[in-house]
Design a protein around this ligand. Structure first.
Ligand SMILES: CC(C)(COP(=O)(O)OP(=O)(O)OC[C@H]1O[C@@H](n2cnc3c(N)ncnc32)[C@H](O)[C@@H]1OP(=O)(O)O)[C@@H](O)C(=O)NCCC(=O)NCCSC(=O)/C=C/c1ccc(O)cc1
Ligand SMILES: O=C(O)CCC(=O)C(=O)O
Ligand SMILES: [Fe+2]
Length: 368
């Protein structure tokens, strides 16, 4: 799985391309294309304001807290269920081990990510916003390049799952089978987690309607973070919370994911250490809204790396786009005041995608 140096349009020079957008986005070289050129300095488009750079993190080394690592082997044991729900309330993030997804499947998903991004730009660009024949498949760089003040040091392939048949005809063959298998194999742990989390909210049974509300759609992203000439000046992903119900994230051994610690004073960020074979689980905005704020969708960000490539593969487990989300009747039945209004989920997601990453601000869209 060793990364190779892909041929770019500018293989022999360390000078930046004269037209950045043309090179990165329109020709499909991505940030990887910039990295492969061996640039010695970070292009100005990626220089983040001081407050967004890693140096703004307080107390990183002094910080003692870490997010829980939970053994899912006996997930029905009330003690395990309690750990899961407590972590979702306190941190909005935890890692799971013994989750039942075969390690080979995780390995294959990471290998497939390398395989896709190591394709020539001329192949990858077929899946860009401009060229992909479908909104369900999108190759890009940064998050929202035309809205961001400073760009993010990352490339991604985003795949919205509609059906096996649709995926067979539209997803890139370089990574299709492995991502589909990863999606299929995570189904059981996703259902177990939802069952446990819902029990604490007094939702006894996840019937078909509820299943569609909690996990009626899925999006899988393949994230590729190339080696960066000056990681202290930029970010790989800026501060954001996910808009999912929950996210199942596979990260590699490089590290760099940080979660905001909202306990205590100051701005503390906790590193999520790579744990071999684990999956990182985080609560998204949709579940924060449906639980009326009980479960927390917490801000996170990713730092760029000066010496190693990083890949990650999040599965965003979402309501159906046509679902109306709001505090669940089971949660507000006790007379609890609703903190959020009902919103159409696809409107919520469009609001998220139409702006740059901005911390926790997306959820204001649904606040009463
Ligand atoms: C509203 C969607 C996303 C698109 O609907 P559409 O009718 O095809 O709308 P558009 O094609 O007009 O897209 C709306 C805007 O979103 C943008 N967009 C359309 N998909 C994308 C895309 N995967 N990527 C980044 N812009 C996009 C798209 O470029 C466009 O921006 P603009 O051209 O400036 O109007 C629709 O597929 C939908 O309702 N999906 C519901 C399920 C869903 O995808 N949920 C999202 C879960 S993803 C999540 O929790 C976190 C994701 C995330 C992702 C990246 C991060 O760095 C961090 C986090
Ligand atoms: O790469 C990571 O570890 C996190 C990615 C992430 O936050 C996202 O894609 O939403
Ligand atoms: Fe995220």
């Amino acid at each position: 799985m060793a990364p190779t140096m892909a041929a770019t349009q500018f293989p022999t020079t360390t000078t930046e391309p004269s037209d950045h957008t043309e090179f990165v986005l329109l020709q499909g070289n991505g940030v990887k294309g910039l990295s492969d050129m061996g640039l010695k300095t970070l292009p100005k488009q990626y220089v983040q304001p001081l407050e967004e750079r890693p140096s703004s993190f307080d107390n990183l080394l002094l910080h003692q807290q870490s997010i829980p690592i939970i053994d899912m082997a006996n997930w029905q044991d009330p003690a395990v269920a309690e750990k899961i729900c407590d972590a979702a309330e306190k941190w909005g993030f935890f890692q799971v081990i013994n989750h039942g997804v075969p390690l080979q499947v995780l390995h294959n998903a990471k290998a497939a990510t390398y395989r896709f991004f190591e394709l020539p730009a001329s192949e990858k660009v077929k899946y860009s916003k401009e060229n992909s024949g479908t909104n369900n498949v999108r190759y890009g760089s940064s998050f929202s390049p035309d809205k961001e003040k400073a760009l993010e040091w990352k490339d991604y392939l985003s795949l919205f799952f509609v059906s096996e048949d649709e995926a067979a005809s539209t997803w890139p063959p370089a990574c299709r089978d492995e991502t589909l298998e990863y999606l299929k194999e995570t189904e059981t742990v996703i259902k177990s987690l939802l069952k446990v989390l819902m029990k604490r909210l007094n939702v006894k049974e996840i019937d078909e309607t509820k299943e569609s509300l909690f996990m009626g759609s899925k999006r899988i992203n393949l994230n590729y973070y190339p080696i960066c000439p000056d990681p202290d000046l930029t970010v790989a992903i800026g501060r954001h919370s996910d808009v999912s119900t929950l996210t199942v994230l596979l990260q590699d051994e490089t590290g760099g994911l940080y979660v905001r610690d909202n306990h205590g004073s100051g701005e503390n960020w906790i590193h999520v250490p790579p744990v071999s074979g684990s999956l990182v689980i985080n609560i998204g905005d949709a579940l924060q809204i449906m639980s009326n704020g009980r479960y927390k969708s917490v801000e996170h960000r990713v730092t760029a790396n000066g010496s190693k490539i990083r890949v990650s593969v999040p599965i965003f487990v979402n309501p159906k786009p046509s679902s109306v989300i709001g505090p669940l009747p089971d949660v507000v039945a006790s007379g609890e005041k609703a903190l959020y209004k009902n919103v159409l989920y696809s409107d919520y997601v469009k609001h998220f995608f139409r702006k740059a990453h901005d911390g926790k601000q997306t959820i204001e869209f649904a606040e009463v």
